[in-house]
Design a protein around this ligand. Structure first.
Ligand SMILES: Nc1ncnc2c1ncn2[C@@H]1O[C@H](COP(=O)(O)OP(=O)(O)OP(=O)(O)O)[C@@H](O)[C@H]1O
Ligand SMILES: [Mg+2]
Length: 453
């Protein structure tokens, strides 16, 4: 028989403890009790519980104090804090100190059930279960993620584990480091892979439309709402949502998002009804959310909700050894796309690529190689293909008259593509900026980049 999952319920209110015990036992858990923080700590030292459910306000030793002691003793036990609505701030403090989550009293039983289930699963994945880890790593499809550096290997290992859990994930990193790529990998390797995956870029949608995009609206709720519209969260029910550039989300929308995450419930604009939404939230940001919190531009409680697990993308300059690999991969990709047959990159040119700082990271490298491939007629990409980088890194020795030489006999389409690629380069690979500069939409820019020359 499978061993029951054990939960330690800590509360100094006996009636509440008995209620919890009855409830949890009816869900099939083995329940143990403690009536204050220090007893809880004693019990933790005697027995390895799978989870602790702890009241935050207790007379003798408070939940926060007990949390500190327990986490010091065994950081792996997930702790869920129980709190009254009025002391949510203390709950946030508890999250910072390593509590898995908090739940407000009086309980919503369904929510309690889900939270416990998630916490146990999360902990299970975190413990060194080598067999599972290996299985997941083997089945984790990382084909399209290039990188052999230690930083990338670590990242892929942890991503494969995280993917399979149900935890919400925050992917942070500089622009062009592959945040969306990792978001996709998580989705495709998750238990929700056969359910919807909806992406939304919080920075690209005007504030007035964002709310309705996310939460939906009912017909007539504002001018222009001609019919009911389902928002992203309800469309993605049973699946996952990718909130890109979440740091750009306006504050009032952050409040609503927090509610969705806490309650797993969505209220469309103008609707009197709320709908439950079973979603996993993946979010990405190139901003430092902690400094946004300091400036009161991002809600702290939302931050702790979104980054149950945080993935930090390494910048390209932190993993220079991946540059040759990536560059080679992109030569192949753009050979195919442009029907070219570039054989590779000369060692001198590669040297330049390795030395450069790549503020636009992988995307900038990709654009540089694309440009090189488009501009060359055959053979190898050499120093002259990257003269603009030589200029930037001060290697002026070998800047040749490259481009003018190559400008003969090109089609209008190709000329256009060159201008676009050059502008992209100037904008550090940022497509939105480049499109603005060229006075075209991002969509047009994408389609022009995708077209064969
Ligand atoms: N490790 C990698 N292997 C292969 N391709 C990669 C890798 N990392 C990034 N790329 C490619 O680089 C481009 C940029 O990646 P992505 O869009 O995921 O970055 P991002 O961090 O979301 O950027 P931004 O902050 O600008 O939104 C994509 O075309 C992606 O496929
Ligand atoms: Mg992105």
């Amino acid at each position: 028989m499978k061993k029951k999952i054990s939960i330690l319920a800590v509360d100094d209110d006996a009636a509440h403890r008995i209620m919890l015990k009855t409830l949890l036992e009816s869900w099939g858990y083995a329940v143990f009790e403690a009536d204050d923080g220090s007893t809880a700590f004693e019990k933790v030292r005697e027995k390895a519980f799978d989870l602790i459910l702890m009241d935050i306000k207790m007379l003798k030793v408070s939940g926060i104090e007990a949390l500190d002691m327990i986490k010091n003793f065994n950081p792996a036990i997930p702790i869920i804090i129980m709190t009254a609505y009025s002391s949510v701030e203390t709950a946030v403090e508890a999250l910072k100190k390593g509590a898995y989550d908090y739940i407000t009293k009086p309980f919503d039983f369904d929510k309690l059930k889900i939270t416990i289930k998630r916490a146990v699963e999360h902990a299970y994945l975190k413990t060194e279960n080598l067999i599972l880890k290996k299985q997941i790593a083997e089945s984790f499809d990382t084909q399209n993620i290039i990188g052999k550096s230690e930083a990338m290997i670590k990242l892929m290992e942890s991503t494969s584990q995280i993917a399979y859990s149900e935890a919400d994930v925050l992917i942070a990193g500089e622009s062009g480091t592959g945040k969306e790529l990792i978001g996709n990998a998580i989705y495709y390797n998750s238990r929700r892979k056969n359910n919807p995956f909806i992406k939304i870029n919080c920075a690209a949608i005007p504030e007035t439309l964002l709310e309705s995009e996310l939460f939906g609206h009912v017909k007539g709720s504002f001018t222009g709402a001609f019919k009911d519209k389902k928002g992203v969260f309800l469309l993605a029910d049973t699946g996952s949502v990718f909130l890109d550039e979440v740091g750009e989300m306006p504050l009032n929308m952050q409040v609503k998002l927090l509610r969705v995450i806490q309650e797993r419930e969505v209220t469309p604009i103008g609707s009197e009804k709320s709908y439950s939404a079973d979603i996993r939230i993946l979010s990405a940001t190139n901003k430092n959310l902690l400094s946004l919190i300091e400036k009161d531009q991002f809600r702290e409680d939302l931050y702790y909700r979104l980054n149950v697990v945080e993935i930090k993308m390494p910048s390209l300059k932190e993993r220079q050894e991946d540059i040759p690999l990536l560059a080679g991969h992109f030569v192949e990709t753009f050979n195919k796309k442009n029907k070219k047959n570039i054989k590779g990159i000369t060692p001198e040119a590669m040297d330049i690529l390795i030395k450069y700082q790549w503020p636009g990271n992988v995307r900038e490298l990709m654009n540089a190689i694309e440009r090189g491939v488009v501009l060359s007629y055959g053979g190898y990409l050499d120093k002259s293909s990257f003269s603009w980088i030589s200029q930037k890194i001060g290697d002026t020795q070998n800047i040749s008259e490259t481009e003018n030489n190559n400008n003969k006999n090109i089609s209008l389409k190709e000329a256009e593509k060159r201008i676009i690629l050059k502008t992209l380069e100037e904008c550090g690979g940022n497509k939105t900026k480049a499109a603005k500069k060229l006075k075209i939409t991002r969509k047009t820019l994408n389609s022009k980049l995708d077209s064969k020359s």
